[in-house]
Design a protein. Structure first.
Length: 131
């Protein structure tokens, strides 16, 4: 990209059908995708590992609350881009993953917990990693 480096952070879990569209949507303005897979079994890992602009790692919830681990992830992960990116973007929904498949039932996570992961407006948040 032209002088401004942008990194994107997201959790992925069984997102294979939407990954090409997701990447194509963000590629015009994202230089590197930092995607963290939560043990997908639908081919997401294999697909993403063949993408040149994707840094792929495992997301481990270690049996802890997924909602809390996702909240911690989105509060901290972008900080790894300090010194190398001008801006970061994180992509999340109420469940913490791209399409909301991970935590989509109020029986799994109360509305307040899902809102804590998504933030007040359920929108993606951009960060300036220089701060």
């Amino acid at each position: 990209m032209g002088g401004i480096e942008v990194h994107l952070y997201a959790l992925v879990w069984n997102e294979r059908p939407i990954l090409p569209f997701f990447l194509d949507h963000y590629r015009p303005f994202v230089d590197k995708f930092y995607l963290f897979d939560d043990d997908s079994d639908d081919g997401s890992w294999e697909y993403l590992s063949n993408q040149q602009d994707v840094i792929l790692e495992r997301f481990e919830s270690d049996g802890a609350s997924f909602v809390e681990k996702a909240r911690q992830f989105y509060c901290e992960a972008w900080k790894a881009s300090r010194g190398s990116a001008d801006f970061t973007r994180d992509c999340r929904d109420a469940g913490g993953s791209l399409a909301g498949q991970r935590v989509s039932s109020s029986a799994l996570a109360p509305r307040e917990a899902r809102a804590a992961v998504a933030g007040p407006s359920n929108q993606s948040i951009g960060h300036d990693p220089r701060t």
